[in-house]
Structure formats: C-alpha cells, structure tokens
Design a protein around this ligand. Structure first.
Ligand code: GLC
Length: 550
C-alpha cells in the first residue's frame, strides 16, 4: 500500500463563525482562528479544514457563494487569510478549504447574468427548463425545499437547485463553467493551500432528462449520476495532479462499491471521502449496523482507496449526544468515541469542540435556531397543518445547530467566544464544559484526543494496520484487532451504561501486553498481561498492544 502524508494525518475542522470572534461583531472570524492557533497546535493535529469563508449572502452559512475569489466580510479579508495560512504552515500544519462548486448563490454575478435573459451567453451556466402545465419540470424534492425547481417570473423558466432556492446548481456540462472553476481552484492552490474538502461533489452530474422519480422523497437521484467520474478525472488532470495536495469529497448516497470509484488509487479522482451511511442510517447508536458499515467499507476500500472516519461535523449533531451519553457518562463516552474513531481504519476528523466533549443543544423556540434546513422543514410541516410543537420536537435531535453553537472557551459570558452578542446562542452548559477547564484537568477528554493524535505518529498500525471485527453479535461490545507487521492492537469498547464482562480472544489471553490507552484507571496487572476476562466499566475503552518477535 502506498504511504502518503495525508493517510497519516488527523484533520481538525474549524467552523470559523463559531470558533472565536476577534473583533466583537458576534461572529467568529479568520483572525480568531489565528489567535487560537496555539490551542489547535497543542492538540497536535496535522491539517485544518476551514468551512467556506468566500463572499456570500450567507443564507446557508457560506455554502451560497457570490464570489469565489473574495473573502466574506464577517470572516475578515484576503490579507488575514494569507497571514493565517502562513502561520498555520509555520506551525507545521496544513490547510484545506471547502470547495463549493455544485451551486453558487443566487446573488453570484454569473447567476444574475444567467437569469437576465434566455439569450444571455451565461444562460447555460445554470440549469433552466420549461415547466409542465404550469408545474415544475419534474417531481424532485431538494435537500431544503419541497421542489428542486424555482420559477423565474421574468423569463418564465424554472432553474434547478439541489439545496435552497438561493443556491442554484451550476451546469457542469458547460465547458466554460468547468474551466472557470478549475481556474479558480488553481488560484487558491497557487496561494499555497494544501487541498480541498469538496462539498457534495458527487452531485455535479445530473440525471439525463430529469425524469420524474417513483419516490420523490428518496432524494438519492440527486447524486452519483453518470458523467460524474469524467468531471472528477478532468478536474484531477487539469488541476489536482499538478499539486501535492489532499482532497476529501463529501459523497452522499454511496456504498463501498460506488464510493470506491471516487477514491480508487488508480482512478485519479479524489484521495478520500465522507460517506453518509452512518450519519444517514443511524440517528442514534446502532452497534450491529455500525459494525456492518465498518466491515463493508474496510473490505471494499482498504488497500485500494482511503476511507475517512467521523461521527459529527457542522451538519451532524455532536457525537456524544447522538452516539454516546451526554449526561452521566459524557466524559467516558466522549473518550470512547474518540478512541474508536482514531483506531478504526481511515483518516479521523475532529470537529471543533469534540475534543472537549461539547454536546448538542436544546433551545426553547424555533426562533433561537438559524439552520436553513431546519427552518424550511419546520415551515413546510407546519403549513401542512401539523402541530408546531410536535414538529419542533421532531426536528431537535438532528438540527444542524446542535453542532453550530459557539466554541466554549471558558466559563465567562458567552463562553469567552465573543465580547459582543454571539450570532448564535451559546450552549448553556458552557460553565461545566469549556477549554479552560479541559486544559486544567489532565483527565479531560482533551488529553485523550491529544494522546490519540500523538500515538498515530508513532504507531503505523493505527494507519496501515488491517482490521478484524471480533465481536459480531456480542453487543454492546465492540472489539476489533488491527495488525501491521509484528504489531497487533486489540481494541475493546463497551458501548453501554452497564458494566460488561467479556472473554478476551483465546489467542491473546494471558499474553504479555501493554495498555496503550484507555478511559479508566486499570490496575497494573491488567495493563501488562491480557486478562482472560475483561471487566469493562460503563463506556470503558481499552487498547492493548502485542508485539511479536519477527
Ligand atoms: C454540504 C454542507 C452543508 C451545506 C450543503 C449545501 O452538505 O456541508 O453545510 O448546507 O452542502 O452546500
């Protein structure tokens, strides 16, 4: 298997608007990231992924871009970005930027031109169709709206949008569009960035003829359509292959087989991907399913391409709330999830605040929320006559704002995030959960993450080791082995609030070992000889190492 720097990397995602506000306007900003770089460095990560900070009307928090080459005022300016980039490089880290090229903002000059008349040379830069008997061209629904089509009253045609109506999709069939995007990508790469996280990149190609869907609610028709691999190979040839960079594609609606096509080492498309089998199919922890997903991706992708590991990000509720226990066992389960993600095959991504065990949030009213996906869905359901409170309750667990509340730096007002009024309310638990507290406590979640990242640098088994699940049907236990050359790691995780006694694997029980990392104190004997029976406490996680003589 080819070794590369990015396979060995740990990525830290900075949702800058909620990270740190340097100028008191209530929004985090690029200078705020700069001011907190020592903190990120202390954690030990290799790469920082910055969410989009391009010029944008900000209807979807920067995912609606009106100028790909300018910086949004809330975030700062280009000079600040250059300063940040240099500082990150000086500290030995790298930066990847979000690349959002499936759609632009409806305020992008390209779209304004495209919309201005049917004959405008840029008409074809977006997707326009006539309606059918005064109805949209087909029955598809978008991620954020009941229809993927919005009618422009002036020219009396409908334009296509996979997301909100303020986010029209670009027409990737048009060569000028592709060339312009490639040029823009080069301009950022020439500035020195180290790669891209590519937003919904497998949505670029659309279904030929836009046929009606049998089940319009199942929106997978938006993704993974014929032609997509041609676009990505062209992008690779024309842009990516000219630089030593990493790329991670956000690739919804794929399985290991279809996912591999994006990241296969021989196909020259992307390096790695985020697939959504976990996030989409598991609202809460479902261990048998999780094991199945891990195994199928390992079998499908390992040694051919590269997978990524994450359980939360700016779109997906904080993992300790969704998949752990954010109450009595918050610290233990936050550590367990970290230990799991960092010992499974694939690149681990840490979403800001995860490293201190930040939790999801529950505000009282829909007015406290900002997420366009949640708000549009709320309006849609209430308009159908459903009880507003019930709709609100239903939307709470998966609201994207669970992960978007400001970073909790300390116990002071607004969690030390801003001196002004935060753009989104701070999670009320900031007095107990914050960075200052975490750094002061050697047993905090933070130091478990720091340790995990350090271990990866010394133990290639975490990166290149093969994987075997030893716990099928034994839930709430998740136990697996990673092996690389003469080193084997045994990972034992108790995904429950009850103590659990489990037999150690026969081949390893009684062997000399070393407890590499865990989340409880383990007595000396059980740290050096693998016991016949492992007595695991609630949410206990242990990683044992065995080294055989070659
Ligand atoms: C991706 C982003 C999400 C955004 C959407 C549309 O899923 O992560 O935040 O709303 O794409 O760009």
């Amino acid at each position: 298997m080819k070794k590369t720097w990015w396979k060995e990397a740990v990525v830290y995602q900075v949702y800058w608007r909620s990270f740190y506000d340097s100028n008191g306007d209530g929004y985090g900003d690029l200078r705020g990231v700069l001011e907190k770089l020592d903190y990120i460095k202390k954690l030990g990560v290799d790469v920082i992924w910055l969410n989009p900070f391009y010029e944008s009307p900000d209807r979807d928090n920067g995912y609606d871009i009106s100028d790909y080459e300018a910086v949004m005022e809330k975030a700062g300016d280009l000079d600040t970005f250059k300063e940040l980039l240099e500082a990150i490089h000086d500290k030995g880290m790298k930066v990847i930027m979000d690349l959002v090229v499936n759609h632009t903002s409806d305020q992008h000059p390209w779209f304004l031109d495209s919309k201005s008349s049917k004959d405008h040379p840029k008409r074809d830069w977006y997707i326009w169709k006539e309606g059918k008997n005064d109805r949209p061209p087909n029955n598809w629904r978008s991620y954020f709206e009941p229809s993927t089509w919005t009618k422009d009253e002036e020219t009396e045609e409908y334009y296509f949008h996979s997301f909100a109506k303020e986010q029209p999709d670009l027409n990737w069939e048009n060569t000028d569009v592709r060339q312009e995007i490639f040029r823009m990508m080069r301009s950022w790469l020439d500035l020195g960035i180290d790669g891209f996280r590519m937003d919904v990149i497998n949505l670029l190609a659309k279904q030929e003829g836009f046929p009606d869907a049998d089940n319009p609610e199942q929106i997978s028709y938006l993704a993974d359509n014929p032609g997509i691999h041609d676009y990505l190979q062209e992008m690779n040839r024309e842009v990516l292959s000219q630089y030593d960079v990493m790329t991670v594609g956000e690739i919804p609606f794929v399985n290991p087989e279809t996912g591999l096509l994006y990241v296969h080492e021989d196909r020259d498309e992307l390096n790695t991907l985020f697939h959504f089998q976990v996030a989409d199919e598991m609202p809460v922890m479902d261990l048998p399913k999780y094991k199945e997903i891990q195994e199928s991706w390992y079998k499908g992708v390992f040694e051919k391409g590269w997978n990524s590991q994450f359980l939360n990000n700016h779109d997906h509720t904080r993992q300790v709330t969704r998949y752990g226990n954010d109450d009595q066992y918050r610290t233990e389960s936050a550590k367990l999830l970290g230990i799991m993600l960092h010992t499974l095959p694939g690149m681990p991504y840490i979403y800001q605040g995860e490293e201190i065990g930040m939790t999801g949030v529950r505000f009282d009213s829909i007015d406290d929320y900002n997420d366009i996906a949640m708000k549009n869905k709320y309006k849609e359901e209430v308009a159908k006559g459903r009880n507003p409170e019930e709709v609100f309750e239903d939307l709470l667990l998966l609201s994207r704002d669970n992960s978007r509340t400001p970073m909790q730096w300390n116990g002071k007002e607004h969690a030390g995030f801003t001196e002004g009024t935060p753009w989104m309310k701070v999670n009320p638990n900031y007095q107990e959960i914050n960075v200052e507290q975490a750094l002061d406590d050697q047993s905090s979640v933070f130091y478990t993450y720091q340790n995990l990242i350090e271990l990866r640098k010394e133990h290639p088994v975490m990166v290149y080791g093969d994987y075997e699940d030893l716990s099928k049907g034994k839930e709430p236990l998740y136990m697996y082995k990673r092996t690389y050359k003469n080193t084997t790691w045994l990972i034992a995780l108790n995904h429950s609030e009850q103590a659990l006694s489990v037999k150690s694997p026969k081949t390893l029980a009684g062997e000399a070992t070393r407890l590499v990392i865990g989340n409880y104190k383990v007595d000396a004997e059980a740290r050096s000889i693998l016991p016949e029976t492992l007595d695991l406490k609630p949410y206990e996680a242990r990683v044992y190492e065995f080294v055989s003589a070659d």
